[in-house]
Design a protein around this ligand. Structure first.
Ligand code: NAI
Length: 719
């Protein structure tokens, strides 16, 4: 796991050999310890070079080892021994030095990096802190402000930035290992005192206290309840104010707390969940490793509204040439201007030219004949989409893939219009599509494995996390959102205010509560969906009770608000009040309070005090319950898929793992008991009725989330 070689002119070369990224497993630590001891003992060795096999220095700790008891040599004493040794050790950083890998490099006396190498301390993204001296050595090397930024964000930096900050001593375009060997020969007789980072004094800025306090405020705001970033600030404070040894003790104590916290478990689960969703499979057995995607060089986007613009930008940024089609000249020009402005802004940031030559605009659908793939993004109107799909199947070449960005309409209905249903899939992006990471790839009854593979692979090329989902109203994400929004509306009827509901959800960790989010997206979006579904509007019989639909409880408040022309931020008022149409700052609106009071009086409802726990239980557990139903129906392939969708598409706090992981963390029995309780209190709300899958999991002793896929498979095979 570490190869030792005594090479020319008194230099020993130690190579980490643990593919793919030379992670610091127990065996690797053992190998390093043995090799370093050997080099230090050998009188013919005067300097040591430490490098990694296959052009990768070290990707950090082996996360899989976190689950079991610690074995092998302890990391911190090993690093201390390397630093304290009396022979210079030079780290030759190729590929990456991340997490423990960078901590290993920091205990070396010199660091040489290849120009393409990436460095960073990403532990915070796994709910931890760099606990092998990273929080104590880095501030000594590069100062407090830069360390705070790197450690609290976990950002990876380039070799050039590392050189500028003082993390590395030299950057080279040549073989970093060979350069390091030559370097070692030059420094082998130089004194080492000043090269031992832990022995250096931290250069503190004069406004240290203010800096730490401001950073803490900002970090807490960004963290939305995550504890690791806060611990990182505290650890850097310890580096600034305490001697190295005491700082290390603080680092170790905080790591202990973080390591045993549910948040670290959630973040580590989420790390693997992101990888799991790439391994998609279809009910037919076709899957990611037996289906080849088709290359997509040319695409068309139909509709340049909110979504079409972002999709066009993402495609062009991924190097795909795009014909963007709009219906009228005015809309075309507006879309064109916006797309070009975003692309130019992005290019300016990167200091390159915008790839505008990949773009063409048209208001004639006939111009898209030669493309490999089309993404339709016109209004959410089935009749219009059907008409477009009919036209597409006559203008596009026979093997063009036809995709729709619908938020929840039936893919099979669209496919049936085309005469090539196997080439139709949903590509459901999230707004703004050039920034949001999530893509739901919706497979219909007839979608071919190749079509799914192509959409998944294109999503990846566009920088998205693509999740394959089945076809049902709302797919996975929006389907689960429906009961969540429904509960929030019922809570208003029963006595809560929008700000009270939002506060509870934002304290839980959502970037925005349900009502603020709805104001941002526009209240008319849901209104149109409810009208299409026959829940409101002229199709509802006048004799129907306003608070009942098909025998179920219905909350008409959102419809009534829309009827007042209150559509959210764009009209300057919705659930909240804004200073102007398009304003961003939400203020509680006395009009809403009055409206709610009058509404309750009209319907004979008595307002009651509703506490935070009830808000969370009803909103979150009804959403989770729908997640179990999506798993039960096979619409979502596994809990990881649901969780990735919720974290990337709906701002579910990542340190809570996603809704399905969270259910396991809270305890499935508790989720079941609460749902039963609320369903008993509201028997006319079917979404509160616990799903069969949840009941069966609880009956089987609530196995951990990692075992649910197998459990569901067995459950299905017994049907
Ligand atoms: P939008 O109203 O902003 O844009 C729709 C565009 O389609 C308009 O510019 C319109 O002129 C154009 N259009 C209409 N008929 C056309 C035709 N025959 N040919 C070419 N262009 C035509 O709508 P938005 O928000 O972009 O939504 C588009 C689709 O994306 C909908 O299906 C929606 O459900 C879905 N979606 C929307 C999200 C959102 O947050 N806005 C999120 C995810 C999906």
């Amino acid at each position: 796991m570490a190869r030792y070689a005594h090479i020319k002119d008194s230099v020993a070369l130690i190579t980490l050999t643990n593919p793919p990224v030379n992670a610091l497993s127990a065996a690797v630590r053992h190998g390093i310890t043995e090799s370093v001891t050997r080099a230090l003992r050998d009188p013919t060795v005067k300097a040591v070079v430490l490098c990694g096999e296959n052009g990768k220095f070290c990707g950090g700790a082996d996360i899989r080892e976190f689950a079991g008891p610690m074995t092998g040599p302890a990391f911190v004493p090993m690093l201390d021994d390397i630093e304290a040794g009396d022979k210079p050790v030079v780290a030759a950083i190729e590929g990456m030095a991340l997490g423990g890998g960078l901590e290993l490099a920091l205990c070396c006396h010199y660091r040489i990096a290849h120009s393409k190498a990436r460095l960073g301390l990403p532990e915070v993204t796994l709910g931890l802190l760099p606990a092998a001296g990273g929080t104590q050595r880095l501030p000594r090397l590069i100062g407090i402000p830069a360390s705070l930024e790197l450690i609290t964000t976990g950002r990876h930096i380039s070799a050039q930035e590392a050189l500028k900050l003082g993390i590395v001593d030299q950057v080279t375009d040549k073989n970093a290992c060979e350069v390091a060997v030559e370097f070692a020969q030059r420094v082998m007789d130089k004194p080492l005192e000043s090269r031992r980072v832990s022995q250096q004094t931290v250069q503190c800025p004069p406004d240290l206290e203010a800096l730490l306090e401001n950073t803490m405020v900002q970090v807490k705001k960004r963290a939305r309840g995550a504890i690791a970033p806060v611990a990182c600030v505290k650890a850097v404070r310890a580096a600034a104010t305490l001697p190295y040894k005491q700082g290390m003790e603080r680092e170790r104590d905080m790591m202990g707390t973080l390591f045993n916290s549910g948040q670290a478990r959630a973040l580590q689960y989420f790390f693997f969940a992101q990888r799991a969703v790439g391994k998609w499979s279809l009910p037919s057995g076709a899957c990611w490793n037996n289906t080849k995607p088709k290359p997509v060089h040319r695409a068309a986007v139909i509709g340049l509204g909110t979504m079409g613009r972002g999709i066009t930008v993402s495609l062009v940024a991924a190097g795909v040439s795009v014909v963007a089609v709009e219906v009228g000249e005015k809309q075309l020009q507006a879309g064109k201007q916006m797309v070009m402005a975003i692309l130019e802004r992005q290019a300016q940031k990167k200091g390159v030219a915008a790839p505008l030559d990949l773009l063409r605009f048209s208001n004639n659908l006939k111009d898209i004949g030669g493309v490999d793939l089309v993404i339709e993004a016109v209004f959410e109107d089935m009749a219009l989409k059907k008409q477009i799909f009919k036209e597409l199947s006559s203008v596009c070449k026979i093997d063009t893939l036809l995709c729709t960005n619908t938020s929840g309409l039936d893919i099979d209905v669209l496919a049936s219009i085309t005469g090539r249903p196997q080439q139709v899939v949903g590509m459901h992006f999230f707004a703004p599509a050039h920034m949001m990471k999530l893509l739901e790839v919706v497979h219909g009854r007839h979608s071919s494995p190749e079509a799914v593979a192509t959409a998944m692979s294109l999503g990846k090329k566009m920088g998205k996390v693509s999740v394959a989902v089945g076809n049902c109203p709302g797919f996975v994400g929006n389907r689960m959102l429906m009961p969540y929004v429904e509960q929030a509306n019922f809570l208003l009827e029963e006595g809560a205010t929008p700000e009270q509901v939002d506060q509870a959800l934002e304290e839980f960790g959502f970037a925005m509560g349900v009502f603020r989010m709805s104001d941002l997206s526009g209240l008319d979006v849901g209104w149109r969906v409810r009208k299409e579904a026959g829940l409101t509007g002229p199709s509802v019989a006048a004799t129907e009770s306003p608070r009942k639909r098909q025998g179920r409880r219905y909350g008409p408040i959102a419809d009534l608000i829309c009827e007042q022309g209150r559509l959210g931020q764009k009209t300057g008022c919705g659930w909240y009040l804004y200073d102007r149409p398009g304003g961003r700052e939400a203020k509680p609106d006395p009009w809403i309070r009055r409206f709610l009071e009058e509404y309750r009086t009209k319907h004979g409802l008595k307002a009651r005090a509703i506490d935070k726990q009830e808000i969370l239980d009803r909103c979150l557990f009804s959403l989770i319950n729908e997640g179990f139903r999506a798993l039960e129906d096979g619409i979502a392939a596994g809990p990881e898929d649901v969780d990735v969708i919720y974290v990337f598409g709906y701002s579910w706090p990542r340190h809570m793992g996603g809704p399905m992981f969270y259910a396991g963390m809270v305890g499935l029995a508790r989720v079941l008991e609460r749902l039963e309780h609320y369903h008993q209190a509201h028997p006319d709300v079917p979404s509160l009725q616990p799903s069969t899958l949840l009941r069966r999991l609880v009956a089987s002793g609530s196995p951990p989330v990692q075992q649910w896929r197998g459990f569901i498979k067995r459950m299905r095979s017994q049907l």
